[in-house]
Write a protein that binds this ligand. Structure first.
Ligand SMILES: [Zn+2]
Length: 667
């Protein structure tokens, strides 16, 4: 027992809880740490770990991520979600952790990773380093917790700052009440951007860029200005009993607690640059009370068009430069571009500039951006695409509202009995694929399929954040290219069902099918015919893997319905197989497009034991033939029924099915 290697806290020795199911590992940890003056507690399962942690409030938990009863991530989650364990320091304890695993654990709230087997010689120092965040001078416990050395330790561990810089910042910070990150930035040890990167990527806090449009002024004013300025925070959204708080340092637990105490609201943390927060505070609080500041003309114009477009159920707005200097605005209504009142030409450039600011697109002539904007009561998500044209720059705004309700299949004309067989196979292991070119419809189908699966843990990987549902663990990815590595990580993290969209990169599909060996995975893909999709999957993954894991495919194509307000029956042609055709010339109700609403044409295929046997024996062609016979007429039959009922036009069906309608599929 020696007090030399570990700076001693004033009140009692450091208390470390070691969690591992291997008694030999625990014994080694206990011997080494006890000899260095630590108090060591032990747990051999996740349940034990939670009980012991709650009763003893250890200074550090050394957590084996592969426990017999629950995954380490699950233990972490329960700690973080509890009132008593949210602030406990946890270090992952693992052999052979991949970089992906390590990143995932850090995001989930681990300070870092200690690899097994331990190096006996410097193990106590390693533990001390995590306990201290390197340079804490050993103040009493509450003060240490207040300071949350998580940030310092993390920056140090990633080489973003040196030990000297940290020590100097801690010294300068003493007694000032400033946050550590802020001091490091002031001292020039780290840039504001690097600090934000570290906080966001290493600790997993969502990063927000604050602009006037995303701030809910009412939310911002739930706390006094002086407090907001002192703590470098800004409430940006209040929803029910929850407030989203933009924080320059989201590890600042003291401030989170105080906001809860002052407002009674649960705090969701988001990260924003300190300078960005100050700028917004200036904007918000320098306005004279009672004087409503008029929004600039381009802001009003965009708001006007979004409100109109929402009302007309449009999906896109196109801002194009005109040939004679007159700007042009068009809405996409039921697939068709329709002209709408255009702003004065001089506003066109201002609207594009505002859109770039709003969606964070850079100044490149061609580029994309994404952002959010409140239009009335609707929280709209905007995706912008900028393109140079011969007559000047153009922008397309695609928008949708974020939804927390359950997707409604009936609205798309999809009967529950049609998807029921797919729901049944979703309960085991394997892969179910949903093919549809329209990303929103696809997202709706995927969410509708997982909707009734309660109880298990559903982890989603999505590129389009339309549906937000508290019962799911949702991860939004910038592109399908990222899906493959995430599928592997999430499969290892113990999800009961993984929803992954989209799987169009071959690597993503392969990762999905492999995950299907041990998990259930529901995947989205832009290929909207069962036969084509299956061919693609077989080419990319091979017959053996497909036989082992593929459980079903649903392919869907949206078809537009004729506007009920201007629909008229045509004459029909006697003696031909064509039914009496309806058409719609267009009216005010349908924005002159002739269409209103849509249905889905679907194909469903569930491989049976014969199909699987044929695949196992490499008889791919025979299986594809069976699939063609089973699915080839499904969409056609549904489409014909819609035409015969006068709900859609033969031309529309021809467009959706890309060709011949009335001949049999075998001819
Ligand atoms: Zn109409």
């Amino acid at each position: 027992m020696t007090g030399k290697t570990t700076p001693e806290p004033m009140t009692r020795p450091w208390r470390v809880l070691a969690v591992d199911d291997q008694p030999a590992n625990l014994l080694l940890v206990r011997r080494v740490l006890a000899a260095a003056g630590f108090e060591v507690l032990e747990a051999r399962s996740g349940v034990d770990a939670l009980t012991v942690a709650k009763e003893t409030a250890p200074d550090l938990i050394l957590l084996d991520m592969h426990l017999p009863d629950m995954h380490g991530l699950e233990v972490l989650r329960r700690l973080r979600e509890s009132t008593w364990g949210a602030r406990l320091r946890v270090v992952a304890f693992s052999a052979l952790a991949s970089t992906e695993d390590q990143a995932l654990w850090r995001q989930a709230g681990c300070l870092g990773v200690i690899e097994k087997p331990i190096t006996v010689a410097n193990f106590p120092q390693e533990i001390t380093r995590w306990l201290h965040g390197a340079a804490d001078s050993g103040a009493d416990l509450p003060a240490r917790e207040e300071q949350t050395d998580r940030l310092g330790a993390m920056l140090l561990a990633h080489g973003l700052i040196s030990g000297e810089q940290l020590a100097s910042a801690v010294a300068a910070q003493a007694g000032t009440g400033s946050r550590l990150g802020q001091v490091l930035v002031q001292q020039g040890a780290i840039s504001e951007d690097d600090l934000a990167w570290a906080l966001s990527n290493q600790l997993g806090y969502p990063y927000v860029f604050l602009s006037a449009d995303i701030i809910d002024e009412e939310a911002a004013r739930v706390l006094p200005e002086a407090f907001l300025r002192e703590r470098h925070i800004l409430p940006i959204l209040k929803f029910g009993q929850e407030v989203t708080l933009a924080m320059a340092d989201p590890t600042d637990q003291g401030t989170v607690d105080e906001v809860l105490a002052r407002t009674g609201l649960q705090v969701k943390r988001a990260l924003a640059l300190s300078s960005n927060i100050e700028g917004m505070l200036d904007r918000l609080f320098t306005r004279r009370p009672g004087v409503q500041q008029q929004a600039p003309a381009e802001v009003q114009y965009l708001q006007f068009h979004l409100r109109q477009a929402l009302q007309e159920e449009a999906t896109e707005i196109h801002f194009d430069p005109g040939i004679d200097g007159q700007a042009r605005v068009r809405y996409r209504l039921q697939g068709t571009l329709v002209d709408r009142p255009a702003p004065p030409a001089e506003l066109h450039a201002a609207i594009l500039r505002y859109l770039r600011d709003l969606t964070g697109a850079d100044d490149q002539p061609a580029g994309r951006g994404a952002g959010a904007l409140a239009v009335g009561d609707v929280d709209l998500q905007l995706v912008t695409a900028f393109l140079p044209t011969a007559t000047g720059p153009a922008a397309t705004v695609t928008f949708y509202s974020r939804r927390s309700d359950l997707p409604d299949l009936a609205r798309l004309g999809l009967l529950e009995e049609r998807v029921a067989p797919l729901r049944r196979v979703l309960r085991g292991r394997g892969v179910v694929l949903v093919g549809c070119t329209d990303p929103w419809v696809r997202s709706t189908l995927l969410h509708a399929l997982v909707a009734p699966l309660q109880g298990g843990k559903v982890w989603t990987l999505e590129t389009l954040p339309v549906y937000r549902r508290p019962t799911l663990q949702q991860t939004f990815l910038p592109s399908g290219e990222e899906v493959a590595s995430h599928v592997r990580t999430v499969a290892a993290a113990g999800a009961d069902l993984i929803l992954a969209d989209d799987l169009s990169p071959a690597a993503a599909m392969r990762a999905a099918l492999e995950a299907g060996r041990s998990r259930m995975l529901l995947g989205g893909h832009p290929q909207d015919a069962v036969l084509d999709l299956l061919t693609q999957v077989l080419d990319g993954c091979g017959t053996a893997l497909v036989a082992a894991t593929l459980r079903g495919i649903l392919a869907a194509r949206p078809i537009r319905l004729l506007c009920p307000h201007c629909r008229q029956a045509g004459p029909g042609t006697a003696g031909t197989p064509e039914p009496r055709a309806f058409s719609a010339p267009g009216c005010e109700a349908c924005g002159l497009t002739g269409f209103q609403g849509q249905r889905l044409l679907t194909e469903v295929w569930l491989p049976d034991e014969d199909d699987r046997m044929m695949l196992r024996t490499g008889r791919q062609a025979a299986v594809l033939e069976r699939v063609a016979a089973a699915t080839g007429t499904q969409m056609r039959a549904q489409g014909r029924a819609l035409v015969e009922d006068g709900l859609t036009a033969p031309e529309e069906l021809a467009r959706v099915l890309e060709g011949d309608l009335w001949t049999s599929p075998t001819s």
